[in-house]
Design a protein around this ligand. Structure first.
Ligand code: SF4
Length: 292
């Protein structure tokens, strides 16, 4: 398995950290285009709880992230400007171009990563991404979550999996590195279905994968169902059993950027084991020590 750490060291010759950035964007699942309440698991922060305030300039947000990490990372660390919250290509192309150019001109930034939905990549946005990718290594992170259209409809994703397939191809055709996000533990999905989602993303041509456990957060539709006892979260053992199966089906040239993520602690209803980061890291190191 190639981890992000190993991949970044090979590609950039050093350790890389992400500086999370918020733009003044929303998402079609929130602004009324496809819906107003967002995906059933998504918090009001649009999955960007760890980003700096969006009122700050891109440069300031990167400066603040670098400052926060100053004593925690080795000298010479490179940064990936990570446009994380909401749907970062769901905006005017000129706004996106300015933001990406500002990030790519920052002296500490060696790469840029843009999180978005595959149905928000019209031609004029693709032109912006193609232009930026000529200047700096560019990653586009697509929130697939599942390849099963019925499960996806259950949380209100708002696009079919075939849209994702076309987006991966279009991005790769212009030389952009694609990372696909997949959630394990969505209601209605069995472990076999979760593994099929991983295989689907690999077959579609993704360059990298990020796995995460379903976080059930306060104030979300899933939060309400959880409080009513209608859905449950995976326990740690169950989750990593699925991760292990996923690793087994991922070819060695596809980078696994993340085995699990961090839910926002102040909103987290379940699974609570995810909030004990040290325990999770120890568990991963023990269980996957021969593969990391
Ligand atoms: S998960 Fe992404 S697409 Fe879904 S509501 Fe949140 S920001 Fe929008």
């Amino acid at each position: 398995m190639i981890t992000a750490d190993r991949y970044y060291k090979e590609r950039f010759g050093r350790k890389m950290y992400k500086a999370a950035i918020s733009l003044d964007v929303t998402c079609p699942n929130r602004d009324g285009t496809l819906g107003t309440s967002g995906c059933a698991f998504c918090s009001a922060g649009g999955s960007g709880e760890f980003s700096a305030p969006r009122e700050l300039t891109v440069t300031r947000q990167i400066d603040e992230a670098v400052e926060r990490l100053r004593n925690k990372v080795p000298a010479g660390t490179g940064y990936i400007a990570y446009f994380q919250s909401f749907t970062n290509t769901y905006c005017d192309p000129s706004y996106l171009r300015r933001a990406l150019e500002e990030a790519s001109s920052h002296p500490k930034v060696a790469a840029v990563s843009v999180a978005t939905r595959p149905d928000c990549l019209p031609d004029d946005i693709m032109d912006v991404l193609a232009g930026i990718s000529q200047k700096i290594p560019l990653f586009v992170e697509l929130g697939l979550q599942t390849a099963d259209d019925e499960v996806a409809a259950g949380f209100g994703r708002g696009y079919k999996t075939e849209v994702y397939d076309r987006a991966v191809k279009a991005l790769k055709d212009i030389g952009i590195n694609v990372i696909t996000h997949i959630i394990f533990g969505l209601p209605g999905e069995t472990p076999d279905m979760m593994i099929r989602s991983v295989e689907h993303a690999v077959n579609a041509g993704t360059d990298g994968l990020k796995f995460t456990c379903l976080y059930i957060l306060k104030g979300t539709a899933y939060g309400k169902l959880f409080e009513e006892g209608k859905i449950a979260a995976l326990d740690m053992e169950e989750y990593f059993d699925i991760v292990e199966r996923a690793i087994d089906v991922v070819p060695s040239d596809v980078v696994i950027h993340r085995l699990t993520g961090d839910g926002p602690k102040n909103l987290l209803l379940a699974p609570l084991w995810t909030s004990d980061k040290r325990q999770v890291i120890n568990y991963i190191n023990r269980r996957f020590k021969d593969r990391l």
